[in-house]
Ligand binder design. Structure first.
Ligand code: SAM
Length: 286
């Protein structure tokens, strides 16, 4: 026999009915369908949200959630993991930089880049700095998308703590960021010339039927995001990423991610360690 008081305690597995209703509230209020996400991550994050809200059980938390619309916003912010940093996994970034340089050399002009699951902008701004460094013409060339409104708002502000810059080469920091003192303490602000290269917009990889832009991209970066999805949703999102690639273009995933079946044979491995792949067809210069 189960003890209802125990079964809704935060330390236990959350009752299915409570979890389903909580996720349904997030979906109706914020348009994010988390049913295809890994349950372990959702439960861990949900427990943190319950503790922060002072709720002693999932039933109590659900009551609060029904009554307080803002709490669903707080929950959404907690359910979307936004850990990131500039130049994350430096060796892999260097490999991407080389591949972009080769693509630019083969076809000089503007390169189009999509950073999907861009968090607070650390990744798209890194890519914008690289494009600037490679001499790509100025102008908006990086589309940065995320499903979390708080992530996109932070990307607009473009001010970061020093901890976000630990992997960024010093020369990039000196050239593209300015030290600032704000209400959150000391930080670094991305220069307007780099911000002007990035366009941030909401796009949901779990429900979107098309990429965020009709252009075909030279690089699609989707790192440390698919890992939160269950396999069926991973496959669906991967299809979307593949559809966004120009012939011979690059797909860059996170270190724990791999495209199932190399995207049905649509990809070849360019660098296994860097999780860098190339769309089959088109230029092979990278
Ligand atoms: C761990 S961060 C990765 C940030 C960056 N790509 C990196 O590797 O450093 C994962 C991001 O994916 C976003 N995300 C989660 N679900 C998403 C979805 N369905 N569509 C788009 N972005 C999503 C989260 O809001 C979060 O900002």
């Amino acid at each position: 026999m189960t003890n209802p008081a125990r079964s809704s305690a935060p330390a236990d597995r959350l009752p299915n009915a409570h979890l389903a209703e909580i996720l349904s509230l997030v979906r109706t209020r914020h348009g994010l369908d988390l049913s295809g996400y890994r349950r372990g991550t959702i439960e861990r994050r949900l427990r943190t949200a319950m503790i922060a809200a002072g709720a002693s059980s999932s039933a109590a938390y659900l009551d609060r959630l029904r009554a307080d619309r803002r709490l669903a916003g707080d929950l959404l912010a907690r359910l979307t993991v936004k850990v990131s940093r500039f130049y994350r996994d430096a060796a892999a970034v260097e490999r991407v930089r080389e591949a972009l340089a080769a693509r630019l050399a083969a076809a000089p002009g503007r390169l189009a880049v999509w950073s999907a699951g861009c968090a607070r902008g650390e990744e798209p701004y890194t890519l914008a700095m690289i494009l600037d460094d490679l001499g790509a013409p100025a102008g908006p060339d990086v589309v940065a998308t995320d499903v979390a409104p708080d992530a996109l708002a932070a990307a607009e502000v473009a001010t970061y703590p020093a901890a976000a810059l630990i992997e960024l080469p010093r020369a990039y920091r000196d050239r593209h960021l300015t030290p600032v003192l704000g209400s959150g303490g000391a930080g670094f602000r991305v220069h307007p010339s780099i911000r002007a290269r990035v366009r941030a917009l909401r796009h949901d990889l779990s429900t979107a039927r098309a990429p965020p832009d009709p252009r075909r991209f030279d690089l699609v970066a989707c790192r440390n995001t698919l890992i939160y999805f269950q396999p069926a949703l991973q496959r669906r999102a991967l299809e979307l990423l593949l559809d966004a690639l120009a012939p011979g273009a690059l797909l860059w995933l996170g270190p724990a991610e791999w495209p199932a079946g190399l995207g049905g044979g649509r990809l070849e491995v360019l660098d296994r360690r860097a999780r860098l792949f190339r769309a089959i067809g088109g230029s092979a210069d990278a």
